[in-house]
Design a protein around this ligand. Structure first.
Ligand SMILES: CC(C)(COP(=O)(O)OP(=O)(O)OC[C@H]1O[C@@H](n2cnc3c(N)ncnc32)[C@H](O)[C@@H]1OP(=O)(O)O)[C@@H](O)C(=O)NCCC(=O)NCCS
Length: 171
């Protein structure tokens, strides 16, 4: 599905229900067990979301999702959000996170001019990963759409598709 660039040999494709056990196992190994099989199954079925896996040697080595918020929550707008990404520790720094994110952004930007994500202010790897697409900080807060942050400070980030000028107008 996505061109991962030269560094990764993982294939990226939409997740299916059969992938759920490996997604959950990977999340535990990576220390991000923030989902359940039931919520994954619902997310995979949801046409307003994209759930992806990265596969190498028949194994899930990374996964990522989007989330669509149809209502704003205070300073946090409605829209399509990058809703989480996890790459197996031994597969990191090989382009898997980049591939999973490029594919989700292509999907979001086919539907909307802006993509959003929230991140713990202390998560340097994630912030650096997303800099590739020009994400800029729109707000800081202790919670966005109910997501809270270890340490108490999160960032709300936004990136526009190439159709959008720096001032936010559509070209
Ligand atoms: C963040 C995460 C998804 C990155 O995945 P990845 O497959 O290693 O990312 P990539 O290999 O595509 O990295 C692309 C670029 O991001 C930046 N980056 C990624 N990890 C980094 C790290 N640990 N330190 C500094 N920069 C990093 C680098 O610029 C990197 O390019 P480079 O390797 O040429 O220097 C992975 O570290 C992870 O699963 N972390 C735990 C879960 C998490 O924090 N999720 C994000 C929640 S918002």
């Amino acid at each position: 599905m996505a061109d991962l660039g030269a560094r990764s040999t993982a294939e990226i494709r939409p997740a299916t229900a059969d992938d759920i056990p490996q997604i959950l196992a990977l999340s535990v190994v990576a220390g991000w067990p923030a989902t359940t099989g039931e919520s994954m199954a619902l997310a995979i079925e949801d046409v307003d979301r994209l759930i992806l896996v990265a596969i190498a040697g028949g194994t899930v080595v990374g996964w990522a999702k989007t989330h669509y918020w149809d209502q704003p929550d205070g300073q946090t707008p409605a829209g399509h959000y990058l809703g989480g990404i996890t790459v197996a520790p031994i597969w990191r720094r090989r382009g898997v996170g980049t591939g999973l994110t490029q594919a989700r952004l292509d999907w979001i930007w086919a539907r909307d001019n802006f993509a959003w994500y929230v991140v713990n202010a202390g998560n340097g790897p994630s912030i650096r990963l997303h800099q590739q697409w020009g994400f800029v900080e729109m707000a800081q807060g202790s919670q966005f759409h109910g997501t809270t942050f270890t340490g108490g400070r999160g960032l709300l980030m936004r990136a526009g598709s190439k159709r959008i000028t720096a001032g936010g107008a559509e070209e």
